[in-house]
Design a protein around this ligand. Structure first.
Ligand code: ZN
Ligand code: ZN
Length: 796
């Protein structure tokens, strides 16, 4: 055979596959029952310009599973698309100084070329792009369905504002009080915003964890984010405002010790208190400072701060009038944004009370776990008291059992240009009017100056902004905010099932055939964002009768992070990090194989150029050894094909189990390497041809180009369609027998041994037995007698 030339054979097979439409999924004809489908999906990339090794890991993993399931006879759907709207694309455009559309589309061309260069088995017929009007028309259409069911609504709210990106962020996009994108400290701003009512599904999002096979830690992250807690809602009356203000507490048993009432600075009552309070100015100053800080930052502050409002609330249990304070250690995101402070039994309330010399009353004997100084409830156990107090307050209309969630509705308005327009017209006489379905899409206009400027860039585009009211025909104005790009990605996996449908986002028949996604792969950093939003969308669409399932992603895998270790590489070679450049140097197969060989795919990994060179050497050896097998004349088999064939069957069993059941991707490569090593010792040994075919067949999901070429050399065709090899159980079990171990002729132990073992190995087994050792007792061994297949006798 000729020498191994990865570049030539990779280009050749990529052409063959494309011409054969090898990896394009066929939709079933109407009326046909689903039969072994497998929907394989990795999170879609945003077209930032270049693939990086993290992408290579993600999509090669998906590729191995794609081939694995295809060759198990399943119809596999494995599409690709572009998360092309949103901040990353727009920020890239600002950085590079061009128009987001231009830059996005240029990047898409480049990233697709790189993906094709790596030979991934992708159905390129179903590509979607978030910024394509054929796609975002349906994003708008879905928004209108949510709006009809009051699952999308508009309200004024304090939102996370990134002063650098000049836009609102979802809670999920704020990490430790900072913008996830640029790290700027986020501010609170009160703005009219669009929200999705994801909180209506808080319980369903928790319960339906039972339906999906996800990593436990991901479910835990979501569970904590949703933050369900059971407790009670108690009403505190503020007479001066003629209002009952609810608080949520999990410690109703301590209500007799509630000596003050504290509001978050964002609480809706605060504005009115500022107007009416004698120390309104002090309050106003405090609140505006507090709003400039954000959640976690505030909660973690060393010293508690706050201002007395001048108002009093009535404790529903003691009927005492307790002072109402505003303090920024109370967060609007938790409970109702108001708390009954119990300095006697809550650490943070205690710090606050100490700081301002406010009364501390103890109402639970913490040691005994019983209530004290709590009227008729004194002496009761805490749990019992909690129930009794809520019931008692309930009878007086001052309380009820309640459940509180940490989860908040998803604010999705963005004051940015590069996003999906929200199909709404504001009419002076009709109010908020949805754009009718048959006028979709509301196209994103081309604008010169798309840069963020605090107000939405679309708001300065008068021509586009003015639109007739769909209801009365009068002059209205369009919504100038655009949608968070996470709206685009909350349903894209459904569109792939019917990507060219121009009558509806997807047909029920096809979405139910392919959906839900059987295996999803992506970063755990999306646990509270994309993964939660997608689950929410699918639940709503299920209720709308558009999909027949309630969960989008049946099984989920998180790949680790790929770091580039070692400085040697960048010094000696220049910074050769782009996967397509590595593919040019080593071949796509080497890049693919290496990224899965370097370590377990779910753990962080360092990759080095030395490593990829090692994998390249393996591929050249595979090439050479299979070539030698092709040229060798295999001896006639005499029924016992020998150790090589058995090794091949063992390798099949291991690789199949690792990929299919254990979901481990590096060990199968090592197993094939081992098989190739054994084969290399004698390429004309009995069973060599079978072992070579097996090695090539098993490595195909990882290194499909070289595998295909060697498969042809072995005289076969179309490996990508060949059934996955099956291990012959009979050949797997090494033949064993019970070896009897004797000392001085008396049986001391019995162990299992293989017929292949040499006499020396059998003696070693005898000496390793602890029961035999007891009788050897450091005595001198005079003789060892071995009866092959039966026993070892040691004479001392
Ligand atoms: Zn930012
Ligand atoms: Zn109107």
């Amino acid at each position: 055979m000729e020498t191994y030339d990865p570049k030539a054979i990779e280009a050749k097979w990529q052409r063959v596959w494309e011409d054969a439409r090898a990896f394009y999924a066929e939709d079933p004809p109407p009326g046909e029952e689903p039969d072994g489908k497998f929907y394989m999906l990795e999170m879609l990339p945003y077209p930032s310009g270049n693939l990086h090794m993290g992408h290579v890991l993600n999509y090669t993993l998906g590729d191995v599973l794609t081939h694995f399931h295809r060759r198990h006879g399943q119809d596999v759907l494995r599409p690709m698309g572009w998360d092309s709207f949103g901040l990353p694309a727009e920020n890239a455009a600002i950085r590079e100084g061009g128009h987001p559309r231009e830059i996005t589309e240029r990047n898409i061309v480049n990233i697709e070329r790189q993906m094709r260069r790596l030979g991934w088995a992708i159905d390129w017929d179903r590509v979607i792009a978030a910024h394509d009007p054929d796609y975002y028309r349906w994003t708008q259409w879905l928004f209108l369905r949510f709006l009809e069911r009051d699952l999308a609504y508009r309200k004024a709210a304090f939102v996370n504002w990134c002063p650098h990106d000049q836009t609102v962020l979802a809670n999920e996009q704020v990490i430790d009080g900072k913008c996830e994108r640029c790290g700027t400290v986020v501010e609170a701003r009160k703005l009219e915003q669009w929200f999705f009512k994801i909180t209506a599904y808080a319980d369903a999002l928790l319960h339906d964890h039972a339906l999906i096979d996800w990593p436990e830690r991901t479910k835990t992250i979501q569970r904590n984010w949703i933050g369900r807690s059971e407790g009670a809602e108690l009403l505190f009356r503020i007479d001066e405002l003629d209002l009952d203000v609810p608080v949520f507490t999990t410690r109703a048993d301590t209500v007799f010790g509630a000596t003050l009432f504290v509001l978050a600075p964002e609480h809706p009552l605060v504005d009115e208190m500022i107007e009416r309070s004698p120390n309104g100015e002090e309050l106003r100053t405090y609140v505006s400072h507090a709003l400039a800080k954000r959640g976690e930052q505030r909660a973690a502050a060393e010293e508690k701060t706050g201002v007395f409002t001048g108002f009093f609330a009535t404790n529903p249990a003691t009927e005492a009038r307790i002072p109402v304070w505003v303090a920024d250690y109370v967060l609007m995101e938790y409970g109702t944004g108001a708390i009954m402070a119990v300095p006697g039994h809550d650490e943070r309330d205690r710090e606050f009370a100490d700081r301002f010399e406010l009364p501390v009353v103890e109402v639970v004997d913490e040691e005994a776990g019983v209530l004290v100084d709590s009227a008729q409830f004194s002496g009761m156990k805490v749990e019992e008291a909690e129930r009794a107090i809520v019931e008692w307050l309930g009878e007086r209309g001052r309380g009820r059992p309640a459940v509180s969630f940490r989860l908040r509705d998803w604010g999705f308005s963005r004051q940015r240009y590069w996003g999906c327009p929200i199909p709404i017209v504001y009419c002076p006489s009709c109010g908020v009017v949805p754009v009718p379905d048959d006028e979709l899409p509301v196209l994103l206009p081309e604008v010169e100056d798309y840069r963020p400027k605090g107000k939405p860039p679309l708001a300065s585009n008068e021509d586009w902004l003015r639109a007739p009211c769909p209801k009365c025909g009068g002059e209205g104005r369009r919504e100038a905010d655009t949608m968070d790009t996470f709206v685009d990605s909350a349903w894209y996996f459904l569109r792939y099932t019917d990507a060219h449908n121009d009558r509806e986002p997807f047909s029920r028949r096809l979405v139910d055939f392919w959906g839900p996604v059987d295996q999803y792969i992506g970063g755990i950093d999306h646990a509270t964002g994309h993964l939660m939003y997608s689950r929410f969308f699918v639940k709503v669409l299920n209720e709308l009768g558009m999909v027949g399932f309630r969960e989008p992603f049946q099984r989920l895998f998180h790949q680790g992070w790929v770091r580039q270790g070692g400085t040697k590489m960048s010094k000696s070679r220049g910074n050769v990090t782009a996967p397509d450049q590595l593919a040019e140097m080593y071949g796509a197969d080497a890049v693919r194989l290496y990224i899965l060989f370097v370590g377990p795919a779910d753990q962080d990994m360092d990759w080095t150029e030395e490593g990829i060179e090692g994998v390249g050497r393996f591929l050249r050896r595979l090439w050479r050894i299979v070539g030698a097998v092709v040229e060798a004349v295999e001896p006639e088999e005499d029924g016992d094909a020998g150790p090589l064939e058995r090794k091949a069957h063992e390798t099949i069993a291991k690789v199949t189990d690792d990929i299919g059941r254990r979901f481990v991707f590096n060990t199968p490569i090592a197993a094939v390497m081992e098989l190739v090593n054994e084969l290399g010792r004698d390429p004309s040994a009995p069973g060599a041809r079978f072992a070579a075919e097996t090695a090539v067949s098993l490595i195909q999901p990882y290194a499909p180009h070289i595998a295909e070429e060697l498969w042809s050399a072995l005289g076969h065709e179309r490996l990508w369609e060949q059934p996955w090899p099956v291990a012959d159980e009979g050949r797997l079990r090494r033949q064993t027998f019970e070896l009897v171990l004797q000392v001085n002729g008396r049986v001391r132990d019995r162990v299992e041994a293989s017929v292949d073992e040499s006499e020396a190995e059998l003696v070693a087994r005898a000496k390793a037995s602890s029961r035999v050792q007891q009788h050897l007792d450091d005595k001198e061994i005079r003789q060892t007698i071995v009866v092959p297949g039966k026993l070892v006798n040691i004479v001392v």
